[in-house]
Write a protein that binds this ligand. Structure first.
Ligand code: NI
Length: 187
């Protein structure tokens, strides 16, 4: 989730792919061996890329790897000044256990859809299970913005992007118009 201002991924990392690349429209495959060296390297690349790109989340397909791995790394940054701070969390083979009926509209961006923001409905609260990078099963309950990040990134594993969930043309803005709106609504 999100896009950089102008920075690019760190050297030696896989390049980010953007809308139009077929991998972004594929259903990603489950990870069968978490300890595999290539899987661990990909996780490191995801963590590096989301940090250097001022992101709050990223999914493996965005680096061209059709695997069910995502990172949630919410923190306040230029793109999301009100994002809550959390330790970056790696989720392998994540699964949604439950979701609140209540939906919230919120603005999203995506590294793979540069220059566009869209307002998207998401479940307000979710419960998920996943495997961490050490191969241990984990569960988590998230709400609000972090729940939104999970749902955005999990969509990438199904070949979906946030544009697919925008309900109205007026819920799409250029990055410039979005930033102007954000500034206009600051207290
Ligand atoms: Ni995205």
């Amino acid at each position: 989730m999100t896009a950089p201002e102008s920075s690019s991924p760190a050297p030696n990392s896989s390049p980010l792919i953007t809308l139009g690349h077929p991998v972004l429209r594929q259903v990603a495959q489950p990870v069968t061996s978490v300890s595999d060296g290539s899987v661990q390297q990909l996780i490191d690349e995801l963590l590096t890329t989301v940090r250097t790109a001022n992101g709050v989340g990223i999914a493996a397909p965005q680096l061209g790897h059709s695997l069910r791995i995502l990172v949630i790394a919410s923190r306040p940054n230029l793109r999301y000044p009100h994002a809550p701070l959390m330790e970056p969390t790696v989720l392998i083979n994540p699964r949604l256990l439950s979701a609140s009926d209540e939906l919230e509209l919120g603005w999203e961006g995506c590294l793979s859809v540069p220059g566009v923001r869209g307002r998207v409905p998401r479940h307000r609260a979710i419960e998920v299970e996943y495997c961490d990078r050490h191969g241990h099963p984990q569960q988590a309950v998230w709400e609000g913005f972090v729940a939104r990040i999970f749902q955005h990134e999990a969509d990438h594993l199904e070949g979906k992007v946030f544009l697919d969930r925008v309900q109205s043309e007026t819920d799409l803005l250029s990055e410039e118009a979005y930033q102007a709106m954000e500034i206009a609504t600051l207290p």
